[in-house]
Design a protein around this ligand. Structure first.
Ligand code: SF4
Ligand code: FES
Length: 257
């Protein structure tokens, strides 16, 4: 039996292919390579891209097609791992959650490393001070039970709701690196550490709330917060970061949580 062939004239282009959606955009990237220069400098890259693609796609295209030395972190590409927070047009965002069409592609799109942490290369910062503050608040369940339960520790829906918002943190550092107090003095624990302390302080199953509150009562703890709301604006998970910080402050005063 003859194999059916498709006449080229009869074949239809894929939807959206006939009118190319591609546009030319300029990404203005803050480059830094300590092996080449002690100074950072802006570099422009032009590329063709579908405006429905993301800034992360644009960075990939530049790295793969134009300059393999461009350095940035990413892993999941879907807003889960928190590794690609960067300043895009002056605002902290996840590159994998930022569509080109949403950030005025008619003008050069600026991309630079998040602030307040040492830049190691291009868009990669040293996250160690950020993760040290996270470790300092003991972000894990602590109980004093000598008899470990053989089944899960039950909790009412109402008690679970109490800290639901702060469970959504993906440790991207967008909040902490948008905080002017953190920029001026990297000793401040920063919003992300407080959010992760909140997640356990208000968990009815946890028994180390007092300890965590004392850690955050430190001179570099919650009282450094100036309620600028930058952190809430920056959070890609929509966490009410400033509200969580306020709740921790209140718990420190009332000792009720
Ligand atoms: S609170 Fe939001 S902005 Fe801050 S680290 Fe967690 S997910 Fe990122
Ligand atoms: S690459 Fe994982 S959050 Fe963007």
């Amino acid at each position: 039996m003859a194999t059916p062939t498709l006449d080229k004239a009869d074949s239809k282009p894929e939807a959206g292919f006939a009118d190319s959606p591609y546009i030319t955009v300029t990404l203005r990237i803050r480059r830094f390579n300590p092996e080449i220069s002690a100074e950072a400098a802006w570099e422009d890259f032009q590329l063709e891209i579908d405006p429905k693609e993301r800034v992360l796609d644009a960075l990939h295209k530049i790295k793969w097609d134009q300059d393999g030395s461009l350095t940035f972190r990413r892993s999941c590409a879907h807003g889960i791992c928190g590794s690609d927070a960067m300043r895009i047009n002056g605002k902290n965002r996840l590159a994998c959650k930022t569509l080109i069409k949403d950030i005025n592609p008619e003008k050069p799109i600026t991309v630079e490393a998040i602030k307040g942490l040492t830049v190691l290369k291009d868009l990669v910062v040293d996250m160690e001070p950020f993760f040290q503050a996270y470790r300092d608040v003991m972000p894990f369940l602590i109980t004093k039970d000598t008899n470990e339960p053989t089944r899960e520790r039950l909790q009412s829906a109402e008690d679970r709701e109490r800290f639901d918002d702060t469970t959504k943190c993906i440790l991207c550092a967008a909040c902490t690196s948008s905080c002017p107090v953190f920029w001026n003095d990297g000793q401040y624990f920063g919003p992300a550490a407080i959010v992760n302390a909140h997640r356990f302080i208000f968990d009815s199953r946890d028994e180390a709330g007092e300890q965590r509150l004392e850690i955050l009562n430190d001179k570099d703890g919650v009282w450094r917060c100036r309620t600028t709301f930058n952190c809430t604006d920056a959070c890609p998970r929509g966490i009410e970061v400033t509200k969580a910080i306020q709740e921790v402050k209140r718990a420190l005063i009332t000792r009720r949580f």
